[in-house]
Design a protein around this ligand. Structure first.
Ligand code: T4K
Length: 399
């Protein structure tokens, strides 16, 4: 355990961790269970296009989300694009900027304009008070993002969408097994999407899903994600190939078996991080509202330089030097990335304030309590030695 600031790897001391400690280390579930399913896939020779693994996975996800339909896709970004195509959105689509760039790229890649909206500082989700002022005659859609698995203010967004005749979608990439009160995330708006990327609490290697209670939307989305094929091998609109394959379905079913224990481990890690970092001025673990279920796949610490005197990136550099590969989810936020910063320069004060503070810390079933204790030890030591750490970091990062 390091005790003096000069022990930090950033100052030339030894690394705290010999092996890298990652954010996003996959939850693979039971390998034997996966191999048995993969054997079955190879045995049947049905490798993709609506095989039994994906069909069962879709049924299980619809059940989890409490929705009538689930359309599994090859990744979460493709799910967003299929949703936008299915609804036939045009012109402008309002989205938050505090999100992975995929939300904006899905809109932009279909020739539409993402219009970035500021956030609610309490949750980091889109601020309904700011949405209405961005609506123009060209606005056709609104996509809320359930940031870090926290539900957006769904009720107010639904009212706004209805009043202005907008299609309302939710990017629930982080929202698997999360809820708003007792209602699972999945059935809000016209449709929602999940991501099952390798780094997510539930993974299919790569994958995603569209969930909805709208029969017609589901039927069309299913066609859109399969080249537009309909009855009698005919197409009457442009479709894409966004199907999930059977190996991904097999991984999804295996990962689902491990989901309760993965969430329990994530929750225990979140509680431990919160306790270990409590009472540090300007360094706060983002707290989730107990009235909603969360999967705790993101433990986010907020470093407020104004209060603790430590730039967030100094803490990040210090962790990286010690082999803790923490991530800035989400900085730079989407409106500060190209092509958006050039095409549609926007000032979003609340978003920029939050994005400048966030660090996602390693968690998941394979992150031990000892590892968390040592990571928190590094952060506490950094906070106690803020002037030295800041000065050291500024040597290589002059402003
Ligand atoms: N909407 C939102 C709000 C999202 O957060 C995302 C994705 C999407 C939409 C789009 O969904 P997908 O099309 O991705 O299904 C990662 C994930 O790639 C991305 O899925 C996720 N959000 C985002 C929050 O995190 P990066 O750019 O940080 O990924 P990458 O590949 O650098 O991985 C991060 C860390 O994870 C690495 O340091 C190592 C570890 N890792 C990663 C992979 C792929 C592993 O240990 N094993 C692995 O196989 O975005």
């Amino acid at each position: 355990m390091k005790t003096r600031v000069t022990d930090f790897a950033l100052f030339g001391g030894p690394r705290e961790f010999a092996e890298t400690v990652l954010v996003g280390r996959p939850n693979t579930g039971d390998p034997a269970s996966l191999y048995a399913r993969l054997d079955a896939v190879l045995e049947t020779g049905h490798l993709t296009s609506f095989g039994p693994m994906v069909r069962e996975f879709e049924a299980r996800i619809a059940d989890l989300a409490g929705t009538a339909h689930c359309v599994a896709t090859c990744n979460g970004t493709a799910a967003l694009e299929v949703m936008i195509r299915t609804a036939g959105l045009t012109g402008e689509v309002i989205i938050p900027s505090m999100t992975y760039v995929a939300t904006a790229h899905a809109v932009r890649s279909l020739g539409l304009t993402p219009v970035f909206c500021d956030l609610d500082p309490l949750t980091g989700c889109i601020d309904p008070d700011r949405v209405e002022e961005l609506i123009t005659p060209d606005t056709s859609g609104l996509i809320g993002v359930h940031l870090w698995g926290q539900p957006c203010d769904v009720e107010r967004l639904e009212k706004i969408a209805e009043a202005h005749d907008l299609t309302l979608f939710f990017d629930a990439a982080h929202g698997v097994a999360c809820s708003l009160g007792d209602t699972p995330i999945g059935g809000f708006g016209t449709a929602e999407m999940f991501s099952f990327h390798a780094t997510k609490v539930l993974n299919t290697f790569e994958g995603g899903a569209i969930v909805t209670n709208d029969d017609r939307f589901a039927d069309r989305a299913r066609r859109v994600h399969n080249f537009g094929w309909g009855e009698g091998r005919m197409t009457d609109f442009v479709g894409v190939n966004a199907k999930m394959n059977e190996a991904s379905g097999a991984m999804g079913l295996t990962s689902l078996e491990a989901l309760p224990s993965s969430i329990a481990a994530n929750h225990a890690n979140y509680v431990l991080y919160s306790a270990e970092l409590s009472g540090l001025p300007g360094v706060t673990v983002h707290q989730y509202d107990d009235r909603n279920r969360n999967n705790y796949q993101y433990v986010v610490v907020k470093v407020d330089e104004q209060v603790c005197g430590l730039p967030r990136d100094a803490v990040l550099a210090l962790l990286h030097a010690d082999n803790v590969l923490a991530q800035r989810y989400f900085w730079p936020c989407a409106h500060e990335l190209e092509p958006y910063r050039t095409e549609t320069p926007t000032a979003l004060p609340a978003t920029e304030h939050l994005a400048a503070q966030v660090i996602a810390l390693p968690t998941g079933p394979r992150t031990s309590r000892d590892t968390i204790g040592r990571i928190c030890g590094l952060i506490r030591l950094a906070a106690r030695n803020a002037p030295e750490v800041s000065a050291r970091w500024r040597l290589t990062n002059p402003t």
